[in-house]
Design a protein around this ligand. Structure first.
Ligand code: C5P
Length: 234
């Protein structure tokens, strides 16, 4: 069965362990900056030893040589997926890819196009770009594809457009997932796991919907069934 990626947005290993101990199956989890920078690479080793797959969401962005060296390190960590900012450019992405896959040939490297906290006015006024946000997302997705990356992080609402533009085998990894009864929290545009499936999203990233649920295991299962089937639960 397809596995939603659970965002482990906790500060400590203790909280992570407490959360993961409720599940007795291998999960796909996302470790972000908050957890990684406060706990270091040991957290990756510990989660791998528990049998879970990891998306290490560090969104690297620097000159090609620096990102390449950092990716050499990440390539040794045995994570299944990690990412860079497409805005770092083709040379940076190619160098990142080469270094990451050198240590981890089966790993997946994806790019962030525009952060979902950006809007049309930020792109125009702050990045001084004449593109709309949507065209800018398309542009950076294509740049990532041409650099050889495996896919991009995007809104589920952009998945169809990205697949149309970059091909069906170019992966879309999408946060912004909520069930109908959930609070949206700080996400602006959200869709259900069933809609994400219908939009052709390749992976969904789900945080608070599962981590803050009264019964996270039951909620995970509901998300998984909706995501797999493309149907809303009755
Ligand atoms: O709790 P929630 O389901 O909103 O968590 C979504 C996760 O995806 C968080 O870890 C958030 O940082 C991450 N994310 C996001 N939007 C992006 C990139 C990452 O929500 N564009």
């Amino acid at each position: 069965m397809k596995r939603p990626i659970i965002a482990l947005d906790f500060g400590t290993m203790k909280e992570v362990k407490q959360f993961l101990s409720q599940f007795n199956e291998p999960l796909f989890v996302k470790v972000g900056m908050e957890l990684y920078l406060q706990n270091g690479p040991d957290i990756i080793r510990e989660i791998r030893e528990m049998g879970h797959d990891i998306f290490l969401d560090l969104k690297l962005y620097d000159i090609p040589n620096t990102v390449g060296k950092a990716m050499e390190g990440l390539g040794k960590l045995d994570v299944q997926m990690t990412n860079v900012h497409a805005q770092g450019g083709s040379a940076m992405m190619k160098r990142a890819l080469e270094s990451f896959k050198d240590g981890n040939p089966d790993g997946t490297l994806i790019a962030v196009t525009q952060l979902t906290s950006m809007n049309d006015s930020n792109v125009k006024e702050e990045q001084k770009s004449n593109l709309t946000l949507e065209d800018s997302v398309k542009h950076y997705a294509l740049l990532a594809k041409h650099a050889g990356l495996d896919g991009v992080v995007s809104s589920p609402l952009e998945s169809e457009m990205i697949h149309e533009y970059c091909g069906d085998d170019f992966l879309t990894i999408t946060p912004g997932i909520r069930l109908q009864e959930d609070s949206k929290d700080d996400q602006i545009r959200v869709v259900t796991p069933a809609i994400a499936n219908q939009l052709g999203t390749d992976y969904i990233v789900v945080g608070r919907s599962i981590t803050k649920a009264a019964d996270p295991v039951e909620k995970y299962r509901m998300v998984q069934v909706m995501w797999e089937s493309g149907d809303e639960l009755a």
